[in-house]
Design a protein around this ligand. Structure first.
Ligand code: SF4
Ligand code: SF4
Length: 300
């Protein structure tokens, strides 16, 4: 069934209009073909995430039950994580940043791709749920759930971390700049679903959570740190607060330039719905770095 799911997803990525840039930016695809990984619901790593992400981070079974599904053992659940790699055109054109007096703006093509990604990821999750329902299985998605919220408690985190789900399924590892480095790099987006369909799991290649990052594995690189205009990366890792503040500065400028073609996004923060926002990303740390489009520690 995993091959069938993959072909179904690949076809959705090829045909969905939601995976297209605005015509002002060529109207072509935002994401190339997906990659998927599978973990078991009773993998002990999901309990560990309550320590490393935050106590309110949900296990797959907690999400399953929060969505009103049948009371199953965690071992009967599977987590399917999906990598959405940005197309080469966006990666190449993302070199064209715009330096203003107080802020550097990403290439508009990236901002549009990043903004349109939210709805495409949500629709992808809905399509996967349909896929399972047609086969008489059930599925739920963290990003579509009312139990999803961003927690702001000094630092901030969400109750369902797509990066951690992708790590659990063996799709990649964490890094100095805080993103997940997969076999197709860190310039990606992620989504996941939990299902009772009996999939075979994909093994993690490495239980070291930082194995794919050159800094953590070999003490070299730190290219992402040099590329961050907000000084949000240093040898201690990624500072989420500085990163968010810089992202907000960028968003104000980008919205003033291309607001009418952006799509709104509703976020839930500390369990309260916020007015629509227009996320446009930043991600200088993902471009022109050794981990942009590959795992730089992989043996050639
Ligand atoms: S640019 Fe280098 S140091 Fe930074 S995350 Fe990528 S591999 Fe690690
Ligand atoms: S997203 Fe932007 S501000 Fe945040 S770490 Fe990367 S380059 Fe720095």
């Amino acid at each position: 069934m995993i091959d069938e799911l993959y072909q179904y997803l690949k076809s959705f990525f090829e045909t969905s209009k939601l995976n297209l840039l605005h015509e002002n930016y060529g109207g072509r695809r935002i994401f190339s073909d997906p990659i998927i990984g599978v973990a078991r619901g009773d993998d002990p790593i999901f309990q560990k995430f309550k320590e490393v992400v935050g106590p309110e981070h949900l296990s797959p079974r907690e999400l399953w039950l929060a969505e009103g599904q049948e009371n199953l053992l965690a071992s009967n659940l599977r987590i399917i994580s999906i990598v959405f790699p940005y197309v080469d055109k966006i990666r190449k054109e993302s070199k064209n940043v715009k330096k203003l007096l107080r802020v550097t703006l990403p290439a508009e093509i990236y901002s549009v791709g990043r903004n349109y990604a939210n709805i495409f990821k949500q629709e992808t999750c809905k399509k996967i749920i349909e896929f399972f329902n047609e086969k008489s299985y059930k599925a739920v998605a963290g990003m579509l759930s009312e139990s999803f919220t961003i927690m702001v408690k000094g630092n901030f985190y969400s109750t369902w971390s797509e990066r951690h789900m992708a790590f659990a399924t063996g799709l990649g590892t964490f890094s100095l700049h805080g993103w997940l480095i997969t076999d197709v790099g860190c310039n990606i987006r992620l989504a996941s679903v939990v299902t009772d369909a009996p999939f075979k799991i994909t093994q993690r290649k490495n239980d070291d959570p930082y194995a794919n990052c050159l800094y953590y594995s070999k003490g070299t690189c730190r290219e992402c740190e040099k590329r961050c205009p907000a000084n949000a990366i240093d040898e201690n890792g990624h500072n989420k607060i500085k990163c968010r503040d810089y992202g907000q500065k960028i968003a104000r400028k980008i919205i003033a330039r291309i607001g009418p073609i952006l799509k709104p996004h509703i976020r839930c923060v500390n369990w309260k719905l916020r007015p629509p926002s227009y996320p446009v990303g930043c991600a200088f740390c993902q471009f022109e770095v050794p981990c942009m489009d590959k795992n730089p520690t992989a043996k050639m």
